[in-house]
Design a protein around this ligand. Structure first.
Ligand SMILES: CC(C)(COP(=O)(O)OP(=O)(O)OC[C@H]1O[C@@H](n2cnc3c(N)ncnc32)[C@H](O)[C@@H]1OP(=O)(O)O)[C@@H](O)C(=O)NCCC(=O)NCCS
Length: 173
């Protein structure tokens, strides 16, 4: 994997909130805020890729949380990777796999033994699925199921997110 020379992949800093909102407007401000707060609280880093000093991609690691029974049961106690995304203008430079690698390194550092995440089954996610398979992740079961959530928008409205997904997982140990 060749990494662009001017690519930096690291944890977000609280003072970078405005830059993240500007660079990733398709994610509401409250979501970036929540991820920064979760990172600060030790629940898992919010990993950002910077190219030429501009944020171009993100992924979040959510460490196992014993108070979140749904996530514990569905993940069978594993840590969750959330929302891998690279700006369309920065795609095709292996930034997505680099974000995954850095997130895995963060997970290993705190003793995570297994990672899980949802991936869409539509053609829109063909790149992501190819990358996951290449990195050694496997689908737990081939049958898709529906993931849904109500997302708060920046203008105070909400929208519903619905996607057919499968669960992917990998042992890090
Ligand atoms: C998935 C995503 C993060 C990939 O990031 P990226 O940095 O652009 O990845 P690249 O295009 O450099 O792909 C790396 C390798 O993956 C493989 N790949 C990429 N697109 C592919 C496709 N459509 N089909 C099969 N393999 C593909 C190739 O091997 C590619 O390397 P190559 O171009 O040298 O052959 C990015 O496309 C994205 O943000 N997509 C929308 C959001 C998304 O799908 N997120 C995942 C949610 S589960």
């Amino acid at each position: 994997m060749e990494r662009p020379a001017d690519l930096v992949v690291r944890r977000a800093r609280p003072e970078e909130l405005d830059a993240l909102c500007l660079a990733f407007p398709s994610r509401p401000r409250v979501l970036h805020e929540e991820r920064l707060l979760q990172q600060e609280g030790g629940h898992g880093p919010y990993v950002i890729a910077w190219l030429h000093d501009e944020p171009v991609g993100h992924i979040q690691l959510q460490l196992p949380d014993e108070r979140d029974l749904d996530a514990m049961l569905e993940g069978r106690g594993a840590a969750w990777a959330e929302d891998l995304w690279v700006k369309p203008s920065a795609r095709g430079r292996w930034i997505g796999p680099t974000l995954m690698r850095v997130m895995e390194a963060e997970a290993r550092r705190v003793g995570v033994e297994r990672l899980v995440f949802f991936a869409g089954v539509s053609p829109d996610y063909a790149a992501a699925r190819a990358i996951y398979a290449w990195m050694g992740y496997r689908e737990r079961r081939p049958e898709p199921f529906i993931e849904s959530a109500v997302i708060a928008d920046d203008d105070g409205a909400t929208h519903v997110y619905v996607e057919a997904v499968t669960i992917w997982e990998k042992d890090l140990a």
